[in-house]
Design a protein around this ligand. Structure first.
Ligand SMILES: Cc1cc2nc3c(=O)[nH]c(=O)nc-3n(C[C@H](O)[C@H](O)[C@H](O)COP(=O)(O)OP(=O)(O)OC[C@H]3O[C@@H](n4cnc5c(N)ncnc54)[C@H](O)[C@@H]3O)c2cc1C
Length: 437
């Protein structure tokens, strides 16, 4: 829920944060205190990239290549390190690289190791993290391991505020924060389970504490099945997996066709939004069928164990807590007793959930169905504020949820920012209206 403590323009000016008229936001008092604690610890840059995951790193590489003065903040590959489990295997292959210039690809990295793609596929999370570190090093990308705690419009700039009071001022800010803020637990289900004994796949990646435990996983796509396999391998007594549909097929997903589409996006960023609704639907359906209607074949043998129980076409209808035991009734009539429940229920974009945008940015951000409205350069209704990755899928297509798009978005955003930097000095930030075409 947002906290909106109104504060007058006069008060803001007295703190040295004179804001553009149309966007006088409301601030939480803590944010304001943070912003003003160290007024002299402010630096500036032409482009601030918030997030050092695949999308942020690809953009930093492109900015570096084009001589755009920039800074990157965020824990490098933080989501992959902290929100994905050890032993996880990727669905994507060696051809989904990060380098917009096409030099430091996964193949190039493999060359340095004297290996070939077929020796390392399916790629492991560990391999991908090593590739990303190598990429960062080759591109000499420097990042600051800090989280932005507020982003505040100020005149023609945006000011990022950190918890220690430091600030970075920039005319262009790219929010490349990926997935973590958007994990989704169906509202019907979350009150049915004790908070201490349940969690989302996003936050439950250390399986050591599940040894000898009985676990229920709710969800029936790749993550649900992969968590099922990994948790059994970590020594769980039993893993139950309940999902509302048939068991997907264990079949190799084919993603080769996506590369062409993403290449097309970098030369014509508006092509997706111009598609007639039926074609958009068809494209997203194809993506959905590859991604969600199939499970990777290497999972099949790993879930074929007597202590793994699958419940297709079921839903939880009732729960009962008996001391530490959670008793669960499925609509099929089966009753399970477990110690822990894991929601493998995916991600859903809702910009209201991004804490550092909450009070200062949200009032001026055009939103549709929880997604920011973006122009064809990924710019939001707030001039100079760009949003990419999962949050851009409404305007750019489902591919933006995968690393395959990291290169193309870097080129598009980088070029848009270059153009802004070359244009005459902007007027104070006023809200833009993003047209749909
Ligand atoms: C279980 C799972 C499996 C997946 N498997 C694949 C796969 O096989 N292949 C594939 O292509 N894609 C896969 N994806 C999707 C992939 O994770 C994303 O496409 C990719 O991580 C998006 O990159 P990103 O840089 O936008 O965001 P992320 O990787 O989410 O990184 C976000 C970055 O932002 C930083 N950050 C967040 N908030 C702040 C803040 N306030 N201040 C500063 N920094 C901040 C984080 O620390 C992190 O560095 C998978 C996703 C999940 C959930």
């Amino acid at each position: 829920m947002s906290r909106r403590n109104d504060i007058s323009r006069r008060e803001l000016l007295s703190y040295g944060l004179a804001l553009g008229g149309a966007l006088l936001p409301a601030f939480g008092s803590q944010v304001l205190a943070d912003a003003t604690a160290n007024p002299f610890r402010e630096s500036s840059t032409d482009l601030l990239i918030v997030g050092a995951g695949p999308f942020g790193l690809a953009l930093a590489a492109y900015a570096q290549h084009n001589g755009i003065n920039h800074r990157v903040v965020g824990v490098p590959m933080g989501f992959w390190r902290d929100n994905m489990p050890d032993g996880m295997l990727l669905r994507s292959t060696c051809d989904w690289s990060l380098d917009p210039m096409g030099i430091h690809s996964i193949d190039a990295y493999l060359n340095t190791l004297g290996k070939r793609c077929r020796e390392v596929e399916p790629l492991s999370r560990g391999f991908y993290l090593d590739y990303a570190s190598w990429f960062k090093e080759q591109k000499a990308i420097e990042s600051v391991d800090q989280k932005v705690s507020a982003l505040i419009p100020d005149g023609t700039d945006l000011v990022a505020v950190f918890s220690d009071g430091r600030r970075i001022r920039s005319r262009n800010v790219v929010v490349a924060i990926g997935f973590a803020n958007f994990y989704h637990i169906p509202p019907r289900l979350s009150p049915m389970f004790p908070v201490e004994q349940s969690g989302h796949t996003c936050n439950l990646v250390d399986f050591r504490r599940l040894r000898d435990r009985r676990v229920l996983i709710i969800g029936g796509r790749q993550s649900a099945f992969e968590w099922t396999a990994l948790i059994r391998e970590a020594g769980a007594e039993a893993v139950h997996t309940s999902y509302r549909h048939d068991t997907p097929l264990f079949e190799t997903s084919h993603w080769g066709w996506v590369n062409g589409i993403v290449d097309q996006m970098s030369t014509d960023p508006g092509w997706y939004r111009r598609l007639p609704p039926a074609e958009k639907e068809q494209l997203n359906r194809r993506f959905w069928e590859e991604g969600r209607q199939k499970l990777e074949p290497w999972l099949a043998s790993r879930i074929d164990y007597p202590n793994i129980h699958l419940y297709p076409n079921t839903e939880v209808v009732h729960t009962h807590q008996r001391n530490q035991d959670i008793e669960i009734t499925l609509n099929s009539g089966e009753i399970l007793t477990v110690d822990e429940v894991i929601f493998a229920t995916g991600y859903r974009v809702d910009m209201q959930r991004v804490p550092f945008l909450e009070n200062s940015i949200m009032p001026g951000l055009e939103i549709q169905d929880g997604y920011p409205k973006l122009d064809i350069g990924f710019q939001t209704s707030i001039p100079g504020l760009f949003i990419t990755s999962l949050a851009a899928t409404r305007d750019f297509g489902s591919f933006l949820g995968f690393t395959v798009s990291a290169r193309a978005q870097a080129e598009i955003i980088g070029d848009a920012i270059q153009a802004r930097l070359e244009s005459p000095q902007a007027r104070p930030i006023k809200r833009l209206s993003i047209s749909e075409s």
